[in-house]
Design a binder for this molecule. Structure first.
Ligand code: ZN
Length: 450
């Protein structure tokens, strides 16, 4: 099998070394205060852009994107709550989760009783600071641990958020990895969360280094890596890249790749596309504890890519689904939560899925009018009546499904016959002149007909 693309990363040792580098990059990305717009995203892309060539897009505030509109740009310089003595009891400089993302600016003295309306805590997890945002409703707020709030005496406090909400733009970036074919596979990850490790500093780091690895390889397909803010960012990306999106061979939304939960693949809305079949098989082989779940309209950016007007062949690879781990969207989602073996296993899964998609060239029968006579070519046993052997089954499945839209992976999944045997049978049929690769020649043949 030609599964050699990213071969080293498919093995535990290579994936482990990759995971160490991804962890280092994750630590560098972690402290940045990101949001759906603003300089935090740009700073993040500066770091990503050091590793791989990026095409950046700035979508101006007010731009209509399908049913949405790009919001004003948010930038924050400093924020704190100070007590009567001027001492900062809550300080954005210590942790950027302390400020509700997209908070409007404020500078106000108010008693604790009034301040409480602007404070968010997690009474059930009293040591953790929650992560909260308010993108579409203008308000301000602070997040802190319940324990910290419990130490704040009644009295007057000063609340300051030195931020701007102003016309600007939403930033996203893409890295294009050219292959022999112009057909593209998408890897998309979100870049809008502030200091959270699993969600999604590690996803950005893995996507970046995976793009680097593919740039250094010789892929058959082309790859498009998209680094976008969640929801409004992926909607903006779809609006700005509609024809490329519609032409995608397949894709994966990736994120939350470093927590100890088992690997999870969420199928595309269509459910049985190439990436669905391959990812399910890769996860099954890699770890019996891994999970394959059907599409649902809740989650990350697959919600946009699999909206009915696009219905793209894109699944999602993650570990925990949203909210499945206790530290989700809290200060507990810190680098210490990251599990090296989990990152390495995520990398192995990604590399293997990409390699198998890359190798899965579509096949076309050169004798599709009735079954070709295999016996006269020495490919079928000459005595009729007995059941065909498995190899003969493989020949029949191939000749029937090789209509230019299926490859070895699809045929193995449909027939239940081992992929290796289908691949061997495909070779035999190619040598017999009964089968050809359809990926490249399709366009040429279409031209020849006109
Ligand atoms: Zn999140």
């Amino acid at each position: 099998m030609a599964d050699l693309l990213l071969g080293a990363l498919q093995e535990p040792e290579g994936a482990s070394a990759f995971a160490s580098r991804a962890f280092g990059l994750m630590e560098e990305l972690f402290p940045i205060c990101r949001s759906i717009t603003g300089n935090g995203v740009r700073q993040t892309l500066d770091i990503v852009g050091r590793e791989i060539p990026l095409l950046r897009t700035e979508v101006p505030t007010g731009t209509p994107v399908f049913d949405w509109e790009v919001p004003r740009e948010w930038n924050i310089r400093d924020a704190w709550i100070a007590d009567a003595t001027g001492r900062r009891v809550v300080d954005f400089q210590r942790c950027n989760l302390h400020v509700v993302g997209y908070s409007s600016p404020v500078r106000e003295r108010l008693p604790l009783a009034a301040l409480r309306a602007h404070l968010h805590t997690l009474p059930d997890q009293p040591d953790l600071i929650p992560y909260r945002t308010s993108y579409w409703r203008e308000q301000w707020g602070f997040c802190l641990s319940q324990r910290q709030l419990d130490t704040m005496p009644e009295g007057e406090y000063e609340a300051v958020i030195d931020a701007t909400l102003a016309d600007g733009s939403l930033t996203y970036a893409q890295c294009l990895v050219p292959g022999e074919s112009r057909e593209e596979f998408l890897v998309l990850t979100h870049v809008c969360h502030p200091s959270l490790a699993n969600d999604n500093s590690i996803g950005i780091a893995v996507a970046t280094l995976l793009a680097r690895a593919l740039l250094d390889a010789r892929p058959r397909l082309s790859y498009r890596f998209a680094f976008v803010p969640a929801t409004i960012g992926s909607i903006s990306w779809l609006a700005g890249n509609e024809s490329a999106a519609r032409a995608l061979r397949g894709g994966l939304v990736i994120g939350l790749l470093g927590d100890p939960a088992p690997l999870t693949f969420k199928r595309s809305r269509r459910g049985r596309t190439e990436v669905d079949l391959i990812a399910a098989d890769v996860l099954r082989n890699l770890d019996p504890a891994s999970r394959v779940v059907d599409y649902s309209p809740y989650g990350y950016d697959e919600r946009q890519l699999c909206s009915p007007g696009f219905d793209l062949p894109v699944g999602r690879l993650t570990r925990s689904s949203n909210g499945e781990y206790a530290q989700y969207h809290t200060s507990g989602d810190a680098p210490a939560l990251m599990d090296h073996r989990a990152i390495a296993q995520s990398v192995q899964a990604l590399a293997t899925i990409l390699a198998r998609v890359d190798a899965n060239e579509r096949l076309r029968s050169l004798s599709p009018l009735g079954e070709p006579r295999l016996g006269k070519r020495g490919l079928f046993r000459s005595t009729g009546g007995s059941a065909p052997r498995e190899f003969e089954h493989a020949l029949l499945w191939l000749l029937n499904m090789a209509d230019g839209t299926h490859g070895v992976e699809d045929i193995a999944a449909a027939s239940g016959i081992a992929r290796g045997l289908i691949a061997d049978a495909a070779q035999v049929l190619k040598m017999a002149g009964l089968l050809e690769a359809a990926d490249g020649p399709v366009a040429r043949k279409a031209e020849e007909r006109t």
